[in-house]
Design a protein around this ligand. Structure first.
Ligand SMILES: Cc1ncc(COP(=O)(O)O)c(C=O)c1O
Length: 374
């Protein structure tokens, strides 16, 4: 089987974790601090606050900019559910925007349509490892005086106009889940250049604590362990190398699949650097098989795949129960794409042989299907 994701764990990670275990300092400490410093310096910001997941990092970021009950947060309808539930965690209201059909990222035109006096933040998600249209988004945010909280959970090292994503808005968030471009097992991080946001994030992560036994506001235990941070430090060393492999793998897949009728390949915005967290194609009506049929064939042949995402967020039972409907949300492109997208393995551990096998598997099934229907 060629898996859709596989973290690369080498002797370096094993040695680093063993050292932490032997030290006895397991919880948040010096190693977490080191990861924060190195990640901040990698992205090019002043502050980083490590957490125990990307989700807790999103919650922390919204709390740190002061999002509260009744505030509206503009987010995308086409992402992992946490890009919207983080608003609910602060008793705020996620308002869903539709996507651009070429990048699958949040549509600035739809942001402009849906922004109101209640909007307090825009939460762009750099989906699949490619930056959103940040020029337009930051202009809109400035005009309407709202925060920009970047969900860069899938985009470690991605760039927009020479700047790393996460560092473009007021605050940025990354996930270190094992499928991501770098991992800590479970983990996440908040980054910012704003000292006050950093301070509030640090307190929120630890029960709103300003000093021992003094709690200023409601916070949580969202701390990362030294064990996780040790994995992260080793992973960060190899992030650029892994991203380069992803880009090379993506270039091969683009070259080999571009000519197949009915497959739309990912498009790369020349303003940025795409780090290909996912390589996501679209199955059009002209393709001789349905997406389900193609998935079954890939499964049979041992090619891993993913559907990112099969359901627009507002259609999740959780949001239907809150009263969200197609009529009130109005994100037709997200709905359409959820029926068509299909992610193929692109991660650094996919070999040249694997890539040829993936491409051949698709070419062969197309040929068989066309031959049978002729
Ligand atoms: C876009 C996006 N946002 C948020 C998250 C949440 O991160 P985590 O799973 O680390 O909580 C993820 C990853 O799962 C993600 O892909």
């Amino acid at each position: 089987l060629i898996p859709i994701a596989k973290p690369k764990i080498s002797d370096e990670e094993i040695r680093a974790v063993t050292d932490v275990l032997k030290s006895g300092m397991l919880a948040q400490g010096k190693i977490v601090e080191k990861l924060e410093q190195e990640f901040a310096s990698y992205i090019g910001v002043n502050y980083a606050i490590a957490t125990n997941s990307g989700t807790s990092a999103l919650h922390t970021a919204l709390a740190a900019v002061g999002i509260t009950k009744g505030d509206e947060i503009l987010t995308t309808d086409f992402s992992f559910v946490a890009s919207a539930t983080c608003a609910l965690m602060q008793n705020a209201k996620p308002v869903f925007c539709d996507i651009d059909p070429t990048t699958y990222n949040i549509s600035p035109e739809d942001i402009e349509k849906k922004i109101t006096k209640k909007t307090k933040a825009i939460l762009p998600v750099h989906l699949y490892g490619q930056s959103c249209d940040m020029d337009t988004i930051t202009d809109l945010a400035r005009d309407h005086d709202v925060w920009v909280v970047e969900d860069a959970c899938q985009a470690h090292g991605a760039e927009y106009r020479g700047k790393k994503v996460g560092a473009i808005g007021d605050v940025g968030v990354f996930s270190f889940y094992p499928t991501k471009n770098m991992t800590t097992g479970e983990g996440g991080i908040v980054i910012t250049d704003d000292e006050k946001i950093a301070e509030r994030a640090r307190m929120f992560r630890s029960h709103g604590q300003s000093k021992q036994y003094v709690h200023e506001f409601l916070g949580f235990n969202y701390r990362m362990t030294n064990i996780a941070a040790a994995i992260g430090l080793a992973q960060l060393e190899h992030l650029d190398e892994g991203n380069k492999r992803r880009q090379e793998n993506a270039a091969f897949l683009l070259d080999s699949l571009r000519g197949v009728e009915g497959i739309t390949c990912p498009s790369v915005d020349p303003k940025g650097v795409h780090v290909f967290h996912q390589f996501t194609i679209r199955i059009e009506d002209e393709f001789p098989l349905s997406r389900d049929e193609l998935c079954n064939h890939l499964k049979e042949k041992g090619v891993g795949f993913g559907i990112h995402y099969p359901t627009p967020i507002h259609k999740q039972p959780l949001f239907e129960k809150l009263g969200y409907t197609d009529d009130t949300v109005d994100c037709p492109i997200a709905a359409e794409m959820s029926k068509r997208v299909l992610s193929l393995p692109v991660h650094p551990q996919v070999t040249a042989d694997d890539l040829r096998f993936i491409v051949q598997t698709i070419h062969n099934v197309v040929r068989e299907e066309l031959w049978m229907s002729a």
